[in-house]
Structures are given as structure tokens and as C-alpha cells.
Design a protein around this ligand. Structure first.
Ligand SMILES: [Zn+2]
Length: 486
């Protein structure tokens, strides 16, 4: 979003708009008897189980392995992630196979006392290898699924994938496992991997609404809006629900408009632009994005798994399609959407806008959509080259008058902030990220992003890496601003 240059704080800002803003939920901590700690939301205790929400859906443990649950009413976190309903973060619930707590004895035995019983898993596997009866195979599938869900709950996604693969070796036709594994890939923006698994599931169960629903998501992530529309329409025929309807409407708007668009692409980008934009400009945008991709990738030590969608609009179509407020600039809702009306070649400002939005794509994908908005916007501004020099005096004075910014209140969507509050939020976010980058270094920043990806709340991630809570971090920021600029 762009603010008028005449404002006291002069900067351009590009907010990632959310068409579905997830409500904040409260973070709880489950302490297991074996010392392991799980950050979760919506922790509920019933029928001898403690169940909770994770990035992969609802999971549960037997009460017997839980030492205690600490409810933290003071730290709302956003379950569905932050700035947008980007493709990685479509508000689509896990498949039923995953959402239902399995009562299977093998599943319960596979994860015991807060860890996976590896011996039991190998015992079940050798039994199923020696004598692959349906019962023996079903036991392996249930146990591997439980083990995978446990790994997801503690943030080890690679191990989770390994467990799903192990289960699929025994039962390649288990649509439950295929759906669960596909869902995990979707949450990690690994759309090609998800689409492959879903193709397999569709061959086995062509009339599954769940398969069609998740396939739509995979295609949407792969920037194939028309294919996403086909799948989501199919899902609506088989079993209508509100989240599919919402996703379908969004994809239909995109597909209709983009049918008329020209296309271009490079290794890392899929670009679309309408007739109003000059083809030379489109080529320059791709070239600029590629070099910015390399820079951001080197800084954040991360390569997004899929090509990133970029759409260039004339101003009016931008407003129509994105439903963005008339004063907004570019936005990133999983695709980078940039109005380029009147431009025929690359400008410094457009290059900065692209780098800002591209940073959002990197951070969103790296954290699975779990990065708080203040950190997203601070990093995007930092990466586009902004620094706090011109804001330092104003921010320091605000800090001294105890009018500083509350990081906790700015973790979720900024969409409804009044203009002045948003200006202030952008300035503080930049100052905080600049402090972390300068005082602590980029390695610490990366570790914070890794912890967010693993499901940690933002303040917990900051505390674990920087050994500071939010108020300490604000103090460090005020000290940094004074030392660096005043
Ligand atoms: Zn932004």
C-alpha cells in the first residue's frame, strides 16, 4: 500500500492484502512428560486425549503423556498464518483422513510418551513384509500416518514426508495417506509434489471431493488458474462447502482475466500481463526479478520450491481483480501483483517494489505463511533498501514518551489500520528488522524464520534466538536508532 508522500513519515509501503483475514487464536504450550514442548492453539482436553491445532491440522495425544498445558491468553497468534491468503495459505482445512484422530491401536502405540516407537514401526513393517495381509498393511499405514502427524506437530516436516513414503510403499493405493502427504506439501508450497500425489489419488478414487479440492489448491499454487477452476467446480459438485466456494470464486476471477493475458517466464517466475503492458517492460521485469531472486536467495539462504507467479496490470484491472483499496500500490497474495500503467521501461521505483514483494514471497514460503506481519513488512522494506535514518528522531522520541509500537498487536493483518497507525507500523517494523540485521546478524534472522516455520509463536522464536522478549527487542531498537543515527 502506498501512502501520500506529504505524510510526516515519507515512505512507500506495500501491504499484502488479505481477502480472508484469519482471526487471532491464543497460543498454548503443551509440556510432555519427556520434556518435549509443543506450541499449539485450541488445546482441548476430552475423552482421555489432549487435542490441539497445528499447521497440519488437528492432532491429539493421550492425556497420560502430558505433564501440563499452559494457556497463554496474552499472546494471540494467527493459526492460518499472516499477511494474505496466498496460495500456501488458502483457508482450506486438512483432509478428513488427517483431521480425524485415529483410534487404531497401532497408531496409538506408534507414538507413545511424546516420541515415536521406532522398534514398533519396524516390527509392524517386517510383519507386513513377511505376510502382507490387509490387516498387517493397514497397521503399518495407521502407524506411519500417526508417526508423520507427530513429526508435523513438532515441526520436522522432512521426517513426516519420510513416514508417509514408508506407509505408501506398503499401500500405494491408500488415498488417506496420499491426501495427508499432499496436504503437507501444499502447506509447504510444494505444489508439484502435491499435484503428483493427488494425480495418483484421483486414479484410485475419481469421485473424491477431497482429492478435487486439494487438486484445485495445487493447480492454483502452480499458477494454473483454469485447471484450479475445473477441480474446484468438481469438488463443489461432489460435496459443496464454503471454503471451496470462496477459493473457486477467487480462481474464476483470475482465470477469466488471465485468459486474455500474454505469458512469459524464466526459471523462477511465471509472468502474465495484459495487452496494455509493453512486452519490453515484461522482459525487463523478468530480468530484474531474476537478479533480485538471486540476491534474496543468497541473503535468506532459501530457494522457493516453485516458480513464483507475477501479474502486471493496468491500474483499473488491478483494482477490479484484486479488490484492493484505490490507494494501494502493489500487493502479494501468493502472486506478485503490480500495476504498471504508464510505464514502458524499468524504473528504480518499480525495481524496489518488485524486490519488496518478492521478499514477501520468500518469507511467506520459507515460514509456511507463519511470519508475523511486522516481521514480513520490516524485512521487505529492509531488502528493498530502506533504512531508518529519516525516521530515527521521530521513533526515538516516541519511545521515550512510551508511545512505542507493540509488536504483539502487529502480528496479524494491518488491513484495518488507520493510515497514521499503518505509517507508524511500517516505520517501527523496519527499525526492528534493521536492528536485528545489524546487531544480531542475518544468521539469527534465519533461525527466527526457521522456528516460525516449525510452528513457534513469533515472540517465542525471538526469545529462543535473540534471548529477548518483545519489550527487550523494542529497547534494543531504540538504543540502536540512537547510536546509529542521532
Ligand atoms: Zn509489504
Amino acid at each position: 500500500m502506498r501512502f501520500p508522500a506529504a505524510h510526516a513519515l515519507r515512505f512507500f509501503a506495500f501491504l499484502c492484502l488479505a481477502s480472508a483475514i484469519p482471526g487471532g487464536a491464543f497460543a498454548d504450550t503443551i509440556y510432555l512428560k519427556n520434556g518435549r514442548k509443543i506450541t499449539a492453539t485450541h488445546v482441548v482436553r476430552e475423552n482421555g486425549q489432549v487435542s490441539y491445532e497445528t499447521p497440519a491440522g488437528k492432532l491429539s495425544f493421550p492425556v497420560s503423556i502430558v505433564d501440563r498445558v499452559v494457556h497463554d491468553d496474552s499472546s494471540p497468534i494467527s493459526v492460518a498464518g499472516t499477511p494474505s491468503d496466498r496460495a500456501a495459505n488458502l483457508p482450506i482445512a486438512p483432509p478428513n483422513a488427517l483431521a480425524a484422530p485415529s483410534n487404531d491401536a497401532a497408531a496409538n502405540a506408534a507414538v507413545r510418551d511424546g516420541s515415536i516407537d521406532i522398534d514398533l514401526l519396524s516390527k509392524l513393517e517386517s510383519e507386513a513384509t513377511a505376510n502382507p495381509t490387509p490387516t498387517a498393511v493397514a497397521r503399518v499405514v495407521a502407524a506411519e500416518s500417526a508417526a508423520a502427524q507427530f513429526e508435523i506437530s513438532v515441526g520436522d516436516f522432512d521426517q513426516a514426508v519420510a513416514h508417509y513414503n514408508a506407509g505408501l510403499r506398503f499401500d500405494p493405493d491408500s488415498t488417506g495417506l496420499l491426501l495427508e502427504a499432499a496436504y503437507l506439501h501444499l502447506k509447504r508450497s510444494e505444489y508439484s509434489a502435491a499435484a503428483d500425489l493427488l494425480d495418483r489419488a484421483r486414479r484410485i478414487d475419481p469421485d473424491s471431493a477431497e482429492v478435487a479440492k486439494l487438486s484445485g489448491w495445487a493447480y492454483y499454487g502452480l499458477n494454473r488458474a483454469a485447471d484450479a477452476v475445473t477441480q474446484w467446480k468438481r469438488a463443489m459438485e461432489l460435496k459443496p462447502d464454503a471454503e471451496t466456494q470462496h477459493a473457486l470464486e477467487k480462481a474464476e476471477r483470475d482465470a477469466q482475466e488471465e485468459a486474455e493475458y500474454h505469458e512469459g517466464g524464466t526459471t523462477h517466475f511465471r509472468l502474465k500481463y495484459n495487452g496494455g503492458a509493453a512486452p519490453e517492460l515484461a522482459q525487463e521485469v523478468l530480468k530484474t526479478l531474476e537478479s533480485e531472486f538471486d540476491e534474496i536467495s543468497a541473503t535468506l539462504k532459501y530457494v522457493p520450491p516453485e516458480p513464483i507467479g507475477v501479474i502486471l496490470y493496468t491500474n483499473q484491472t488491478f483494482m477490479d481483480i484484486t479488490r484492493a483499496p484505490s490507494w494501494s500500490g502493489a500487493l502479494n497474495d501468493g502472486r506478485i501483483r503490480v500495476p504498471v500503467e504508464g510505464l514502458s521501461s524499468m524504473t528504480d521505483e518499480l525495481a524496489r517494489v518488485l524486490k519488496h514483494e518478492l521478499t514477501h514471497s520468500f518469507v511467506g514460503q520459507k515460514t509456511g505463511g507463519r511470519c508475523p506481519v511486522w516481521l514480513q513488512e520490516g524485512l521487505a522494506q529492509y531488502m528493498e533498501g530502506k533504512r531508518s535514518r529519516s525516521n530515527a528522531r521521530y521513533l526515538s522520541a516516541a519511545y521515550e514518551q512510551h508511545m512505542e509500537f507493540s509488536l504483539l498487536s502487529y502480528e496479524t493483518s494491518w488491513l484495518n489500520l488507520p493510515r497514521d497507525a499503518a505509517s507508524n507500523a511500517y516505520a517501527w517494523s523496519l527499525a526492528v528488522v534493521e536492528t536485528i540485521m545489524t546487531v544480531n546478524g542475518v544468521d539469527d534472522l534465519e533461525r527466527i524464520l526457521d522456528r516460525l516455520a516449525a510452528g513457534s509463536s513469533a515472540e517465542d522464536a525471538i526469545r529462543a534466538v535473540l534471548h529477548e522478549d518483545y519489550s527487550d527487542l523494542m529497547l534494543s531498537t531504540a538504543q540502536f536508532l540512537r547510536k546509529a543515527y542521532l
